[in-house]
Design a protein around this ligand. Sequence first.
Ligand code: DNO
Length: 386
Amino acid sequence: MTKLLQTWRWYGPNDPVSLQDVKQAGATGIVTALHHIPHGEIWPIADIQERKAIIEAAGLTWEVVESVPVHEAIKTRRPGADKYLANYNVSLQNLAECGIRTVCYNFMPVLDWTRTQLDLEMSDGSKALYFNWTDLAVFDLYILEREGASADYQPAILAKAKSRFESMDKDALDELRINVLMGIPNEKEIELEALRASINEYKAIGFDGLRDNLTWFLNGIAETCTQNGIKMTIHPDDPPYPILGLPRIASNKDDLLYIKNSVDQAFNGFCYCTGSLGAGMDNQLVDIFEAVKERIYFLHLRNVTKDEEGNFYEADHLGGDVNMYEVMKAVTAENAKRQSPMPFRPDHGHQMLDDLNKVTNPGYSAIGRLRGLAELRGLEMGITGQ
Ligand code: DNO
């Protein structure tokens, strides 16, 4: 039986976690992206080769691209989108030419993953990423001042948001703003004004319109992917709910099935992220895996603990609400049927031990992920005996 492929997200030469650290953690595959290339521009072969050479010189392999970002023009299908679609095709072709054929992307409007706090202290002193609806409402109502925002929250949350806002000073409000707008390390933070404009643009597009735009995008890359053996993996929405009035279309089993059926070809696959999907109150993780498993080409394994309001913090990989044992059983059974092993990475980790004294990328410090990877590979071995 083949083992899962152990990978690690590396942000490139500026990542405070080195490739040697990755080797010591025991991963063999690298997940990375060319973060220096602005969204929408072509990834030149020379840049891809250069990054690949750095990874290989360290004795590792570049297994997955996370992500080739989908430009907002494509997500909104505004005039000019065709050019970005053409560029995307060239980037994919260039990657395939360099032998890299698994690509992660998301179709979340404007913001990628969203948290309201990046350093929630756990009882053991480590720090975790946190999402809290009251804080999001404070951001939405009092910082972004989005029109009609109050209609999107429960009365209890609105009341709490009002009193929390009144207790916050300028620094606390600044920190909340920065956290919500942060998205991906190394990439530019979006401005409030731009966010307001985007929210209006997406209001006109809506849920169905965004679905149509994804279908248009997938059809537009289908030929390139099929001819070059590229597997696309859409990352689920994180959190898996509409936020700030923006539509979300990859949040639950129905969404994933819709995406699969909309362009029912092998290239059109999923990144199964247990943390993102696990934050959904009604999401049954094993059930979702079973529903689309033939199309899952990449795994993000991490855990979350939710409360009754739907707030959640990122838990230890084997702790939290996601039953990682059941997930791993399903994953290893599927992996046993594969020609080539499924890549997984320990997604996010607590900032802990020595990393507490360092500047790290939120969620991507070394030691917390090393712990996660060790636990997950042990779990796999416990299940499969290998
Ligand atoms: C967060 C990540 C996401 C993911 C993108 C994929 O840690 O899981 O940023 O990389 O959504 O496009």
